[in-house]
Every structure is written in structure tokens, then in C-alpha cells.
Design a protein around this ligand. Structure first.
Ligand SMILES: Nc1ncnc2c1ncn2[C@@H]1O[C@H](COP(=O)(O)OP(=O)(O)OP(=O)(O)O)[C@@H](O)[C@H]1O
Ligand SMILES: O=P(O)(O)OC[C@H]1O[C@](O)(CO)[C@@H](O)[C@@H]1O
Ligand SMILES: [Mg+2]
Length: 527
């Protein structure tokens, strides 16, 4: 019998409890042994690892069973196993053409490979490094009621000694999907550089996201080191982006017709879901194609990884808006600076920009409900701030407080919900409130919208993009497909896409980072 998961109750708020429950679900979700379908086919060598569906039911673990940890880890190993073209083909690898040393001189011990910094397929990185002694510890992610330490290893990224493609015969394609994000050009550039280092001559860009695969009149763009040399100096995407219109079978028809061997897909969670669908369809058709994703999104809302590229830059730009709001508010009589920031379903940009600026008195994110009116509402706190310090700054994430607004019901081309405007709503509510109570208030509203993402990557994102782009190419040459190249716990790793698209990552209200944000703003609970 599966043990029920209990958080040791009395110290746990409802919000914390829900969070603990959902993080546990994320850890355990989709990995029951009984759900590993053996997809047998005469032509294929092994069962498809991807037949473990991301949507399958939860792990049945009996925590009274002394071997539960071992069972968990065996299951984990299966879930995080990297899908490879060698799962379907009996392929012989060849020595890599990627060498860091151009003029190699043997040491005498015969081991020239050591100098090339190759990564072994058995190398792993630890995904989690904190041992929580209780489910009520800040940010605790627990598997069992005692919050036991369980090793969770993931595969290390980087160049392998042996590869599964002849570089001279490879056609590689790059596509950028979803919204814009700082660093797209840096990644495109590094993918091209690395492919050329392996000896690939046929590299193309697919214009305007997945649309470029099927929209007539959109031609692929031949890419070379020479062409992409300087593209990182500008924001945007050299290839263009788009939302919506992804039809997996048409995309794979197009991949087949164009004879693409490697596809590099840069995008957020929607793009990743699309990339995995393409990978699965390629497998179904027995195509020798490696599909490798690179996680891009200013929202930082993809599971398991430390951060997505573009996030740092967006935060830096966002805190400029906050600093302007601060200057305006500080210089006005009873000034209130209000800034609305992007973030589709998560408050990471708002939280980090509030932390980095240090000038925010109230930070509102979708993960933490709040009320505007009443004794414990935001408006009453703003009154207090005007009275005590004379001005204040509020930062609100675009997805926050949607329960206070009429839902628009609208969606974008990819099916993402379009939010009602919490920024404009708050601006009006604040103005009305202070008018009603007869207290002067000078509200300055700033909505930087696309300014936080339509810019070039900052230094830290540029480095992240460089590493992720290079590793994406190493992953494809190593034969992996249906994987994403990312950073986990400060180490560069590959994860199966199925594991990162289970749900959007959201701010944990029980995390140290949110607590730090609260310490910095000094805001009370607003409900
Ligand atoms: N579940 C899915 N399966 C297949 N394709 C998808 C899926 N979800 C989204 N896509 C496709 O992926 C592309 C990008 O999706 P989306 O617009 O949601 O952006 P995203 O990758 O999440 O990035 P951003 O962070 O900018 O929102 C679109 O062309 C969309 O049609
Ligand atoms: O480019 P669009 O379609 O206006 O999308 C805006 C959305 O894209 C993002 O910038 C990235 O997902 C979100 O923060 C924002 O909600
Ligand atoms: Mg998305």
C-alpha cells in the first residue's frame, strides 16, 4: 500500500502545505514502474524510454518498506535517462571530431584524450544539495514524511569522446520560438560556432519559429560563422520568432523533406513541449534526427533548472524601471511609484527585480494571494507608508491578483491566457482610494512591458548562452534527442524534456528567496 504523505501539520500553513504537496507531486510525478510501457517493435532495439509518459500517475511508494529509497532511485534513473538515437538504431559511434587541442603531443602514457576535456556518459551532477531535516524547513522539497535525503543524479552535459554523426554529412537547423528573450542571438551564434568546430558545413536557420517549417514563402537561412559573428551585439532574434501554429506532423514532414539531422530548438515551456512532440514523431517515423532544446524565457518558469537564459537580463532591465519609479515617488509629495512587470504565470521577475533594486515596499506576485481593500489590504498599507515615510514603491507581476479582475478569457496564438491588466487596475484603485479618504497621493505608473526583453543579453546571460549553446551541439553529436541543455545546481546538464514540461515553475512562497524579499520590502501579509 502506498503511504499517505503528511507534512507534520501544526507548523504548516495551508499555503505551505499546498506547496509541499505540489513539490512532492513534481518530484514523484510520472514515474511509476507500472507505467513504463514496453513499446516493442521488430525494427527497434530497445523499448522507448519516452513511453514513460509525463502524464502518467504518481509513484506508489510505501515508506515503511526499507527499500523505498532504492526503488525511488531506480525509478529516478529511468526518468532521467537521456533518450538517444541509439535506442532505435544499432549505431556504431566514431571518434569525435571535436578537439580542444589542435596540435596534440602524446604524453607517453598514451592517454591523449585527457587533454580534451571530454565528458563521460556516466558522469552525473546532483540536482539537490540541501538536506532538509523537516518538511517545515524553508523551501523544503520532500519525498517522504521525514524529508529523508535521497540522491537525485542527472546527466552531465559536454563533449563526448565518441559521436554518432559524420559531421560532413550533417544538416543542422536552428529555430527560435515563443516571445523574444535576451540571449537568443548568443545561443544561435554559439551553436553555429560549435557545429563548425565539429566540421558541419550545412547549417540553416528556420525563420519565425515553428511557423518557418510550414508557412509557404518562408525560406531557410544558410548560417555560417562569418554570418553570425556579430549577432550577439543586438537583442531580438536573428531568425525571428512566432507563437502558435505548431502542427507536429507538418513540422516533421518538413524536417524529412529538408533532410535535417539535428534540430536545435530555442524556447520556453510551450516550445519545449513542441520539441518533445517533434522528437517523438521522428522516433515514430524511425528518423535519425536529434532534437535538442535550449531553455529560453525571461519568465524563468521552467522546472528543475537554476534559471533560463534571458532571465538575468530581464531582471536587470526591470530594476531600472523600479529605480525610476522610486525617483519619481521620492521626489513627489506623497508619491506612489507603481511598476508592473512581465511574467506569464510566475513572479520570478517581480521578486528578483524587487530584491535587486532594494527600493520596493510592496511586491505582489501570482503565487501569493492578496486583497486590495479592507483592514489587511494593500491600500491600507500604502496609507501607512505615506504617513510614516512619505512615499512608497509597489511592484506587481502581470499575473498577480487576477482573482480581483474580470477574466478576459482571451488567449494568444499559442493558447496562453491573456491576463487582465492588474497594473492599470491598481493604478485606478489607488487613485480612487486616496481621493475617497481625502489624502493627496501622486501616483506614477510605469509599465516597461517589452523593454525588459527586447535588449541584448547582459554579461551573466551571455556566458550562460555560450555554455548552453555549445552543450546543445555536444548533446546532439552524442546522439541524444528529446533533451534540453541547462544549468542545475550550478552545473551544466542535460535533462529529458519530459521532466521539465510537467508544469510551469512558480515561486515557492515558503522559499528563502521569497522570505528574503519580504524582509527587504517589510510588507505584511495582505489577506
Ligand atoms: N503543448 C504543446 N505541444 C506542441 N507545441 C506547442 C505546445 N505548446 C506550445 N507549442 C508551440 O510552441 C511555440 C511556442 O510556445 P509559446 O508561445 O507558449 O512560447 P514559449 O515557448 O512558452 O515561450 P515564452 O516563454 O516566450 O512564452 C508555439 O509555436 C506553440 O504553438
Ligand atoms: O510577446 P507576447 O505574445 O506579447 O507575450 C508576452 C509574454 O511573453 C513573456 O514575455 C514570456 O513568456 C511573458 O512574460 C509575457 O506574458
Ligand atoms: Mg511559455
Amino acid at each position: 500500500m502506498a503511504a499517505a504523505f503528511k507534512t507534520s501539520g501544526s507548523f504548516c500553513s495551508t499555503q505551505q502545505h499546498q506547496w509541499l504537496q505540489s513539490t512532492r507531486d513534481q518530484i514523484l510525478h510520472g514515474s511509476s514502474h507500472s507505467n513504463v510501457k514496453q513499446c516493442k517493435s521488430k525494427k527497434i532495439k530497445k523499448p522507448f524510454p519516452l513511453c514513460v509518459k509525463a502524464t502518467s500517475s504518481k509513484v506508489e511508494l510505501d515508506f515503511n518498506d526499507p527499500s523505498w529509497k532504492q526503488k525511488f532511485q531506480e525509478d529516478w534513473e529511468k526518468r532521467f535517462n537521456l533518450p538517444s538515437i541509439t535506442d532505435i538504431y544499432d549505431l556504431k559511434p566514431r571518434p569525435t571530431t571535436f578537439s580542444l587541442k589542435k596540435n596534440r603531443t602524446p604524453t607517453g602514457d598514451g592517454n591523449v584524450d585527457m587533454w580534451n576535456g571530454y565528458v563521460n556518459n556516466d558522469d552525473r551532477a546532483l540536482l539537490k544539495v540541501i538536506k532538509y531535516s523537516s518538511p517545515t524547513s524553508a523551501g523544503a522539497e520532500c519525498i517522504d514524511p521525514d524529508c529523508s535525503w535521497v540522491e537525485q543524479w542527472v546527466h552531465r552535459a559536454g563533449p563526448r569522446k565518441e559521436i554518432y554523426y559524420e559531421p560532413e554529412e550533417v544538416k543542422a537547423a536552428i529555430v527560435t520560438c515563443g516571445g523574444l528573450c535576451p540571449g537568443l542571438n548568443d545561443v544561435i551564434r554559439q551553436i553555429v560556432f560549435t557545429l563548425e568546430t565539429y566540421g558541419v558545413k550545412n547549417i540553416v536557420g528556420i525563420p519565425f519559429g515553428y511557423r518557418g517549417f510550414f508557412e509557404k514563402g518562408l525560406k531557410e537561412i544558410p548560417l555560417s560563422r562569418h554570418l553570425v559573428e556579430n549577432i550577439n551585439l543586438n537583442g531580438g532574434s536573428f531568425l525571428g520568432v512566432s507563437r502558435g501554429g505548431a502542427k507536429t506532423s507538418e513540422i516533421v514532414d518538413s524536417i524529412q523533406a529538408r533532410r535535417i539531422d539535428m534540430l536545435f530548438v530555442l524556447g520556453g515551456n510551450g516550445t519545449h513541449a513542441g520539441a518533445n512532440a517533434i522528437h517523438e514523431e521522428c522516433r515514430k517515423r524511425k528518423l535519425k534526427v536529434s532534437v535538442v532544446a535550449v531553455p529560453k524565457t525571461i519568465d524563468n518558469d521552467i522546472l528543475l533548472m537554476d534559471k533560463t537564459f534571458g532571465f538575468d537580463t530581464a531582471v536587470e532591465e526591470a530594476q531600472r524601471a523600479i529605480n525610476s519609479a522610486y525617483i519619481e515617488a521620492r521626489s513627489a509629495y506623497h508619491g506612489i511609484g507603481l511598476v508592473k512587470l512581465m511574467g506569464r504565470s510566475s513572479g520570478f521577475i517581480a521578486m528578483h527585480a524587487s530584491l535587486s533594486s532594494g527600493q520596493v515596499d510592496v511586491c505582489l506576485i501570482p503565487e501569493v494571494p492578496f486583497t486590495l481593500d479592507g483592514e489587511f489590504g494593500v491600500l491600507r498599507h500604502l496609507e501607512h507608508l505615506l504617513k510614516t515615510k512619505g512615499f512608497c514603491v509597489v511592484c506587481v507581476a502581470e499575473a498577480a491578483g487576477q482573482d480581483l479582475l474580470q477574466r478576459s478569457g482571451a488567449t494568444d496564438a499559442s493558447g496562453n491566457v491573456i491576463f487582465s491588466d492588474i497594473g492599470v487596475h491598481m493604478q485606478q484603485k489607488i487613485k480612487m482610494h486616496f481621493k475617497d479618504i481625502g489624502v493627496p497621493a501622486d501616483v506614477k505608473y510605469i509599465d516597461p512591458t517589452y523593454m525588459v526583453r527586447a535588449c541584448r543579453a547582459n554579461a551573466s546571460d551571455a556566458i550562460l548562452c555560450t555554455v548552453l549553446g555549445q552543450n546543445a551541439v555536444h548533446g546532439a553529436f552524442a546522439g541524444f534527442s528529446g533533451i534540453t541543455s541547462c544549468i542545475c545546481n550550478t552545473h551544466y546538464v542535460y535533462l529529458p524534456i519530459t521532466e521539465v514540461v510537467k508544469a510551469p515553475k512558480r515561486v515557492n512562497p515558503n522559499s528563502r528567496m521569497w522570505h528574503r524579499c519580504l524582509t527587504s520590502t517589510g510588507q505584511p501579509d495582505f489577506h
